[in-house]
Design a protein around this ligand. Structure first.
Ligand code: FE
Length: 191
């Protein structure tokens, strides 16, 4: 009985399409951390000399330097390529109007009208804000062949690209909330 339960859990993990290393935290911990990160977003930007929502110039920064600058959870996903647990990230079901930026460097990645209500538990988009906002790399880890999506400015890991998205592109950019930074249109209009 125990073996068949384990088998079902393993199959469910595989079918999720993101069976890589996960941030080993429960929902409550992730929620607390999301709140903390929201509160520290502004501090993080001040302490991050590379953060810019307008500069699209390529960044060459070592992991050692990012480790000094970034909160641990952002570093582990963005630079360590870990994956947050499904349905625990802060943006998996958000619907507000605005822009999603790279939480590591501030590069604009997606508009909210490119986001769709995916059931996979991670924020999903069918298109990027501009062609070069992300770059792609073949990922053959965990006995799978997938397309890794990285920030076009800082090369940080954002998630993966799948071919099961909605029209007009048929693409699904399956992203980790922790490496996204959402700025609502209203707050930009106030500036
Ligand atoms: Fe970036």
């Amino acid at each position: 009985m125990k073996i068949s339960l384990l088998y079902i859990v393993l199959i469910a993990l595989f079918l999720s399409g993101c069976g890589e290393r996960t941030l080993t935290k429960n929902k409550e911990d992730n929620f607390k951390e999301a709140k903390t990160i929201n509160q520290m977003n502004d501090t993080q930007k001040v302490n991050n000399p590379y953060y810019s929502n307008t500069d699209t110039g390529k960044l060459i920064v070592t992991d050692a330097e990012w480790k000094k600058i970034l909160p641990d959870s952002i570093y582990r996903v963005g630079r360590g390529k870990e994956t947050e647990t499904a349905f625990t990230g802060k943006y998996w079901n958000t619907t507000g109007h605005g822009t999603y930026y790279c939480a590591v460097c501030g590069n604009a990645l997606f508009r909210s009208d490119e986001k769709f209500g995916s059931t996979c538990g991670w924020p999903s988009f069918f298109e990027t804000i501009r062609k070069n906002s992300v770059i792609y790399k073949e990922d053959t880890t965990f006995n799978m062949v997938r397309t890794e999506v990285l920030c076009g400015r800082c090369d940080s890991h954002l998630g993966h690209l799948f071919d099961d998205g909605p029209p007009p592109t048929g693409k699904r950019y399956c992203m980790n909330s922790i490496v996204l930074d959402f700025i609502p249109d209203e707050s930009n209009n106030k500036k």
